[in-house]
Ligand binder design. Structure first.
Ligand code: CP
Length: 328
């Protein structure tokens, strides 16, 4: 079994298990004498630190690898003629690592060049295809399930169980960013049965299939998913504000066009005190790292409404619960 997204996971059970770790009720060490590989194609603070600490606390050993840095460059395409700059294929990389390690975590962001290809999560899928040990998604082109699981745990901790009015809002950022975090947040909020409103400017739609799946999951769990281009309307009465920037699909491979188009939203699509005052005393959430006074004002992120550090802490507890389930 892999942990690639939250769609097929019992999120409530995962959160319960994570809460037992957080409260100190679960001190089990299912990884004693075992190693877990952590493969980072991209930078990280929270994911890397929380996985390494989590593996240590479960009694195990973390093997951190950075393809193209501290390990060989990797090819993932089946049938590739490897006469370019890629030294090793994922097929061998994975099959060697699993002789040493009981699970493999992988971080591989979208290259933001080719939407039809990247929406299939090609590199993560190659790891899952060749692996016979569990693959843990540490953020891929399309999903960040460790983050969204920690986000749902944080909402439950702060606001209690049950359906909440949750807003996922786009915000202006100087660069085109991937969609993994908003995708996973939408899926997970739907699974939990929240009433989710996704706010973004026209043209910044998330993946249609993912929205359809989220709507089905929400309907099955007693919640709903709505999409709006009106940020202020979305904030009215909300209990949770989750901010994230992401790039428009049509601008993958066309960064300059994206920069020109998004410039009109600077200082307009931002989470600020005026907007937070429209909410029902909402908590403010962001996966971090966040650009202050770009995505969110200092006044909001430093306010008592902000739970961003708790979200980051909950990554540790959720990931321990995931590893215990997959590797015990
Ligand atoms: N939220 C998150 O995944 O943080 P890092 O990119 O620092 O790991």
């Amino acid at each position: 079994m892999h942990f690639l997204n939250t769609k097929d996971v019992d999120l409530n059970a995962l959160i319960e298990a994570a809460l037992r770790f957080k409260r100190g009720e679960d001190r089990s060490q299912p990884l004693v004498g075992k190693s877990v590989a952590l493969v980072f194609f991209n930078p990280s603070l929270r994911t890397r630190a929380s996985m390494q600490v989590g593996i240590y606390e479960l009694g195990g050993n973390a093997v951190v690898l950075e393809p193209g840095g501290t390990s060989w460059t990797l090819e993932h395409r089946a049938g590739a003629v490897m006469d370019g700059d890629k030294t090793e294929h994922v097929a061998e990389f994975v099959r060697v690592l699993e002789r040493y390690c009981v699970a493999i975590g992988v971080r591989t962001f979208a290259a933001l060049k080719d939407w039809p290809e990247e929406r299939t999560d090609p590199i993560l899928s190659a790891f899952a295809k060749y692996a016979s040990v569990p693959i843990i998604n540490l953020e891929s082109a399309m999903h960040h399930p460790c983050q969204s699981s920690a986000d749902m745990m944080t909402i439950r901790e702060k606001l209690g169980e049950g359906r909440k009015r949750v807003v996922l809002t786009w915000a202006w950022h100087p660069k085109l960013l991937p969609m993994a975090v908003p995708n996973s947040f939408a899926l997970a909020a739907a699974q939990m049965g929240h009433d989710l409103v996704i706010a973004h400017p026209a043209g910044y739609d998330l993946d249609e299939e993912l929205i359809d799946t989220s709507r089905q999951l929400a309907a099955g769990a007693g919640g709903s998913v709505k999409v709006t281009n009106d940020m202020d309307a979305a904030f009215t009465g909300a209990e949770v504000i989750y901010a994230k920037s992401w790039g428009a699909k049509q601008f993958y491979g066309r960064d300059e066009q994206d920069t020109i188009t998004r410039a009109q939203y600077r200082n307009k699509w931002i989470v600020n005190e005026r907007r937070m005052a429209q909410t029902d005393d909402a908590i403010f959430m962001h996966c971090l790292p966040v650009r202050r006074n770009v995505i969110v004002t200092d006044g909001v992120i430093d306010s008592r409404s902000s739970v961003v550090i708790d979200e980051a802490e909950n990554r540790l507890h959720v990931q321990k619960a995931v590893m215990k389930e997959l590797c015990a």
